[in-house]
Design a protein around this ligand. Structure first.
Ligand code: SF4
Length: 482
């Protein structure tokens, strides 16, 4: 039997699709009268504000959907993503979480395959065995088990998920009330696939890009940039909702945060942009690509500025912790299932106690390392330091050891001590900067930190460096005071 919400959604979609801006307020009032407002208070208050202001970029973003997206893509986004996966099921997840005393995620991230058609520098997937994969039947089972818990968002990563594009379309068809996203290198997107995506409507790919041609081809291989741009053009011509994903590291931060790069992404028709910071996962990782605290603070400011100007939904996976209560992993809002079936807390944290092939999704959510996450989240009172690895490496070490989780790093079974050791310097350097950004009194003041993360006095000599400064010490500048 259909639930009240499932009966309601088609009428709401029709009503909203007629005039998304004009009719949104009435739908929000209805959500309020259903007692669901309390679950989304912060987000809905800000949507109300944006709908009042035609100069607001999100107002323009919502308006543009009518012209830019095909009707089926637009209606699936409203019905499956905004209403079903977001506004109307959060209450169900919260109640179930309380009843079962375990995490119930908003999204499941899974890797259909470990294989990839590219060999990107610094990507842990490039050395994976190319034969691991989740069968269509297993992915279908995970989704069927997620839906009764209120989980309607499924995201693919890899390997290159579009190696399995036929199965991805089949899952979209089989579960039209769910919404699917993917982190893809974009090189396998063609006209035929775009037509299929427009037909099913509930798939919104995020294409990885490293900046302009030189930087993208440096990390992803010659010719990749042109293929990415072509993929975006194809998706745009078919009225599909899509975005970009960009990893900022020590050598490309200024480029991918630049006005020119965001102009290009806007011109190419991206509706969202997801920024990640480089994580040194695996023994072949390059820790010297981790951003400096100065670069991370720069991104903090840049993405917030860009959000005020651009009709695109921009997110920074680490610096936006304050909007989601810190770390979202371990099933709190999401989890990751690799191509072997290991159920991991996060795409970047490759430790697990269980495999999805041996148990249900609900059982997997009760595994010891997830319980450790649940007990310890948030990992820091400052949500600008959310990560148990990059920002609080001792927390990840403690949780992995306490839960006896095993390494699931597919190529080299990296120990948690080796992994976290690569993040210590960054964590120490970022801590005072993040604290200044979060708790500062609004004054702009230079904060000097050496590369061991130790605060030093800015006025200790004439050039602003302390007398004992070493050549390779990093000095950062941040807003606010501690
Ligand atoms: S473990 Fe780190 S990278 Fe993963 S969700 Fe938590 S904060 Fe983000």
């Amino acid at each position: 039997m259909k639930s009240f919400i499932d009966i309601l959604i088609p009428s709401l979609v029709k009503y909203l699709d007629r005039d998304l801006v004009g009719n949104s307020k009435k739908v929000l009032q209805l959500i309020n009268s259903l007692g669901l407002y309390k679950f989304h208070k912060g987000a809905l208050d800000s949507i109300y504000e944006q709908l009042e202001d035609p100069t607001n970029p999100y107002y323009k973003f919502i308006k543009s959907m009518k012209q830019e997206l095909t009707p089926n893509v637009r209606r699936k986004f409203i019905g499956s993503f905004l209403l079903k996966a977001g506004l109307l099921t959060k209450g169900k997840r919260i109640k179930l979480k309380e009843k079962l005393q375990q995490q119930i995620p908003w999204a499941v991230l899974m890797d259909p395959t470990s294989a990839c058609n590219l060999e990107c520098i610094g990507c842990w997937a490039k050395d994976y065995d190319k034969t691991d994969s989740l069968s269509f039947e297993l992915m279908d089972r995970i989704i069927r088990e997620g839906k009764p818990m209120g989980t309607f968002t499924y995201i693919y990563s890899g390997g290159e998920p579009l190696i399995r594009k036929r199965d991805i379309i089949r899952l979209c068809e089989k579960h039209p009330e769910c919404y699917f996203l993917a982190f893809t290198n974009g090189t396998l997107i063609d006209e035929k696939f775009a037509k299929e995506v427009a037909r099913v409507g509930n798939f919104a790919p995020g294409i990885s890009i490293e900046g302009f041609e030189e930087m993208t081809d440096f990390r992803r291989g010659k010719g990749t940039y042109q293929k990415v741009i072509r993929a975006m053009d194809i998706l745009k011509s078919h009225g599909i909702l899509y975005g970009f994903s960009a990893t900022y590291h020590r050598r490309n931060t200024d480029v991918i945060a630049s006005e020119e790069f965001l102009d290009l992404m806007e011109e190419k028709g991206c509706h969202y942009g997801w920024y990640f910071t480089y994580m040194p996962v695996g023994s072949d990782a390059q820790p010297d690509l981790i951003v400096t605290p100065e670069q991370r603070a720069f991104m903090f400011h840049r993405i917030r500025e860009a959000r005020k100007q651009r009709p695109m939904f921009l997110m920074d996976f680490w610096n936006d912790g304050e909007f989601v209560g810190g770390c979202i992993a371990g099933g709190k809002k999401y989890l990751h299932i690799n191509a072997k079936g290991d159920v991991e807390p996060c795409a970047f944290i490759h430790y697990s106690n269980v495999n999805i092939k041996d148990m249900s999704l609900k059982q997997a959510l009760r595994q010891p390392i997830f319980e450790e996450y649940r007990k310890n989240q948030p990992f820091n009172h400052n949500h600008l330091r959310p990560c148990p690895c990059l920002d609080n490496p001792e927390k990840l070490r403690n949780m992995v050891n306490a839960s006896k989780a095993k390494s699931t790093q597919l190529n080299d079974l990296e120990s948690v001590e080796d992994f976290t050791a690569k993040c210590e310097n960054h964590a120490r350097g970022w801590a005072p900067v993040a604290d200044a950004l979060q708790y500062g009194n609004g004054n702009t003041e230079e904060i000097k930190v050496n590369n061991n993360g130790k605060m030093v006095d800015a006025k200790s000599n004439g050039n602003g460096k302390p007398a004992d400064a070493k050549d390779n010490d990093i000095f950062i500048k941040a807003e606010g005071t501690i």
